[in-house]
Write a protein that binds this ligand. Structure first.
Ligand SMILES: Nc1nc2c(ncn2[C@@H]2O[C@H](COP(=O)(O)OP(=O)(O)OP(=O)(O)O)[C@@H](O)[C@H]2O)c(=O)[nH]1
Ligand SMILES: [Mg+2]
Length: 477
């Protein structure tokens, strides 16, 4: 027997970006032909996509570790590394994605809805792309960034138009089996259904889905029986059908009391009060059942229910029921706000803000921000030139200036990144406060005479001509 799985923990890892390449073009009689190191490829994303042909999360239960492929490193002769392949994970309609702490990350409803669970790391720029008017032959390249990932929880909430609720053995699964082509397990012991069954019903020109949930018993809201856990599958259904057993032999039960009990449990669960309800009296093929149905029908109708008498076993009253449900479903659909027919892509919150923060604790200045932290990850700290480039970028973002304003002095410890994973170094200010004094490494405007406007303009233009900045804009995450 396959176990139904409607909640899994999934560990996703996007691909790492490939490293950029530092290489110098070589030709006979032309030993230093300029930088020609290519860029690293992007790591593949891990994305979840709703696929209506997928109905369970079983696959992820068996294989919970999923990784997209890495980007390839760049190579000489301006060859870029290949991008990693995106990993697309199909999930059932109605999958809810949570983080480890139970926060909802995405609620995936509708075929094609996509959620990027892990973004691939960007590739590092090669030294050809890093060359600029000022830095003609960079002897370094940027590192590829690690892909994002982590643990997520997937939970399935069945999406159906109609949900059948009722006591165990009332005949819910039997009804699905005769209204649709679905073949759920049916047996005369309680809790035959341990997981929801889903069937597709065609009534005239209306096609709708119908689901049952494991039987409910009094006290389900306190966890009796299979508990209320499965009622989450009812949450997304627009019509509720009470399946009442007219032929049960238990002394303390009759259809009206059963109905009250189930309604009470639904109320305990909450949030279902606005769903239209229909009552089905099942098992009228049994003479006592038909008699009881006749007796209680007026009562139910007085309560405002539409009542249908059926027999799932003898196939009585089914056509009428399926057409009536089609009508209720159509009304419910019409009342619903129009769903977007376009594909929805949900991306994790964009973190690429312009800013950064500086805090000071015990003499350590901590810099936090998407950009500075990414730049650190891209830096090969064994290469002085690469470290110099990092310093330039930080200073251009205004990190140095802000450090100075925060009171940092030469020699103070500056940490970039979160506590558990920071790069710490002794600060050597390369600039003085004040925008006009902002300069690149290796130049010190403080030594210069007042500069003519043309020079200042040239400097500003050179700052704009930052290959990584263009690359960032081109690859906006
Ligand atoms: N005589 C008669 N028996 C029925 C009818 N419908 C279902 N049954 C029987 O009732 C028993 C329970 O049927 P199921 O369809 O498994 O009931 P269920 O509501 O899905 O039960 P759980 O999954 O345990 O909650 C089975 O033995 C069925 O054959 C009916 O219309 N007439
Ligand atoms: Mg059942």
């Amino acid at each position: 027997m396959t176990t139904f799985v409607d909640r899994v923990e999934l560990h996703v890892a996007a691909g790492n970006g490939g490293h950029g390449c530092a290489s110098v073009h070589r030709e006979k009689f032309k030993p230093l032909g300029g930088p020609d190191g290519g860029n690293g490829g992007r790591g593949g994303d891990v994305t979840l996509v709703v696929d209506q042909s997928v109905t369970t999360l079983l696959d992820y239960h068996h294989h919970p570790h999923r990784k997209a492929t890495n980007g390839q490193p760049g190579a000489g002769d301006n060859r870029s590394g290949k991008d990693g392949q995106d990993l697309v994970l199909p999930v059932p309609d109605g999958t809810v994605v949570y983080d480890k702490d139970g926060n909802v990350l995405a609620d995936m409803v509708g075929h094609g809805t996509t959620y990027v669970a892990g973004e691939g790391g960007r590739g590092g720029l090669g030294n050809a792309a890093l060359a600029s008017a000022r830095r003609k032959a960079p002897g370094f390249a940027l590192l590829g960034e690690p892909g994002k990932g982590g643990d997520i929880v997937l939970e399935l909430k069945t999406v159906a138009d109609v949900a059948l609720v009722g006591y165990p053995s009332a005949g819910k699964s039997s009804l699905i089996s005769v209204l649709s082509a679905a073949k759920p397990k049916i047996a005369d012991y309680p809790f035959t259904t341990l997981v929801p069954n889903l069937g597709v019903v065609t009534a005239g020109s209306t096609v709708y889905t119908i689901a049952d949930v494991p039987g409910l018993i009094p006290g389900a809201s306190q966890g009796r029986g299979l508990g209320l856990e499965f009622l989450r599958h009812v949450e997304r259904c627009s019509v509720l059908v009470h399946v009442l057993d007219t032929a049960t032999l238990e002394s303390d039960r009759d259809p009206l009391t059963d109905l009250d009990v189930i309604e009470e449990e639904l109320a305990q669960y909450g949030g279902l009060g606005d769903r239209p309800r229909v009552v089905v009296l099942n098992k009228i093929d049994i003479p006592d059942g038909q008699e009881l149905a006749d007796m209680i029908r007026p009562d139910l109708e007085a309560r405002g229910y539409r009542v249908f008498e059926v027999s799932a076993v003898a196939h009585l009253g089914l056509k009428e029921l399926s057409f009536a449900l089609a009508e209720v479903v159509s009304k419910a659909r019409a009342a619903k706000p129009k769903e977007e027919s376009t594909r929805v892509v949900i991306r994790p919150r964009a973190v690429d803000d312009e800013g950064f923060t500086i805090t000071e604790e015990d003499g350590v200045y901590r810099v936090r921000g998407e950009k500075p932290e990414r730049w650190v990850r891209q830096t090969d700290f064994s290469n002085d030139e690469a470290v110099g480039y990092l310093a330039d970028r930080l200073s251009r973002l205004g990190v140095e200036e802000k450090l100075m304003k925060a009171g940092a002095r030469a020699g103070d410890a500056v940490a970039i990144g979160p506590e558990e994973n920071a790069v710490v170094f002794d600060w050597e200010p390369t600039v003085m406060a004040g925008a006009e004094m902002l300069g690149r490494r290796g130049e010190d405007h403080r030594l210069d005479a007042p500069r003519p406007a043309a020079t200042r303009r040239r400097d500003r233009e050179a700052q704009r001509d930052d290959p990584q900045r263009e690359y960032d804009e081109f690859n906006p995450f």
